[in-house]
Design a protein around this ligand. Structure first.
Ligand SMILES: [Zn+2]
Length: 191
């Protein structure tokens, strides 16, 4: 159960974000690390890109190697990850996409009781309790922003998905992740 004393749960917010999740679940939409990284790049660019070091804004960025960009002005090189909430973290984007979807789906279906650290850790494949707890809270806070903030931009689509019911989506995810065994598998964390 997610406990957070300073936030009041606004189900309307979560339902609104969930309405922009396509029917196809994240695990079927994003198959590789590369696809996720491409989505992250895309989302960073859409916000209007600025060099993190010299504030240069322009279009002639150089791709040095896969996912390493170089500022055309100051030649600073950096990865997409360094410009995201995952800087200094090693958890794969794909697992975070799945974690974000799980948070949105449980909240929108008003089932925060199953948004446990265990279930979240199982989906993002983290074995350390504190790491999982910290990431869940961080992602939850970001997802509380309009349309789910950074994570929402990555896994949501523009069009409202009228046909997808919140309960159905959650059930589809619970089936996909074999929720029963997920609970049993992640009762023990590494210290
Ligand atoms: Zn620069």
């Amino acid at each position: 159960m997610l406990r957070s004393s300073d936030e009041t749960v606004d189900i309307r917010h979560w339902k609104k974000v969930a309405q922009h999740l396509p029917e196809e679940i994240v695990a079927d939409r994003f198959l590789t690390k590369e696809e996720c990284e491409a989505a992250v790049f895309q989302s960073i660019w859409e916000l209007g890109y600025k060099c993190p070091r010299c504030d240069f804004e322009g279009k002639s960025w150089v791709l040095k190697s896969r996912n390493i960009f170089q500022c055309p002005d100051c030649r600073f090189q950096y990865s997409a990850r360094s410009q995201t909430p995952l800087r200094r973290k090693t958890v794969p984007f794909l697992d975070c996409f799945k974690g974000a979807e799980w948070i949105i789906a449980t909240m929108a279906a008003n089932r925060r009781n199953i948004l446990t650290i265990n279930s979240f850790a199982g989906i993002v494949k983290l074995k350390n309790y504190r790491t999982a707890r910290a990431l869940r809270l961080e992602m939850f806070k970001e997802l509380q922003k309009p349309l789910g903030g950074f994570w929402g931009r990555l896994i949501c689509v523009d069009a409202v998905q009228e046909s997808v019911d919140s309960q159905d989506r959650l059930e589809a995810l619970m089936d996909y992740y074999d929720f029963g065994s997920l609970k049993a598998r992640f009762t023990k964390f590494e210290k």
